[in-house]
Design a protein around this ligand. Structure first.
Ligand SMILES: [Zn+2]
Length: 142
């Protein structure tokens, strides 16, 4: 998706938010690096789409209190984790679902439902994020 396309969907009401600048695992970075990741992605997106960027979805769902504090200091107002096991559902640790390339219409419906199938999907999503190395998807090879 190009920045022109992002600007277009943002103008139609879609929320465009940050996922970091380089998609690295923030918990494996120094606080200086995290600050740069959060700041750079926010300023580039705001410049390109012309709207405030106030939410961060932590790459691989990984975060800690230092990362939350840096995000808050930089003007973010909400943080999201793709890892249901780590989400606490306060302003900076909200949980969300991800649709992966291996998902199907049925698995997406199961994620959005309630009960045992939704729990199975939560476990699959948690495994996907826990197995990732912080650089790329766990099962990719060079
Ligand atoms: Zn990601």
């Amino acid at each position: 998706m190009t920045f022109a396309e992002l600007r277009e969907v943002a103008s139609r009401g879609m929320s465009i938010q940050s996922h970091g600048h380089s998609h690295r695992d923030f918990t494996r970075m120094t606080t200086v690096e995290v600050r740069e990741e959060l700041s750079k992605s926010k300023s580039i997106l705001e410049d390109k789409i012309g709207k405030p960027v106030t939410e961060i979805c932590y790459p691989y769902g990984r975060f800690n209190s230092d990362i939350e504090e840096i995000a808050r200091e930089l003007g973010y107002t909400r943080g999201w984790s793709l890892n249901p096991a780590h989400a606490r559902n306060d302003a900076f640790t909200r949980g969300r679902w991800c649709v992966y390339s291996y998902d199907s219409p049925l698995s997406v419906r199961m994620k959005l439902g309630r009960g045992p199938f939704s729990r199975i999907e939560a476990i699959k999503q948690g495994i996907t994020n826990n197995l990732s190395r912080g650089e790329r998807f766990a099962f990719w090879t060079d």
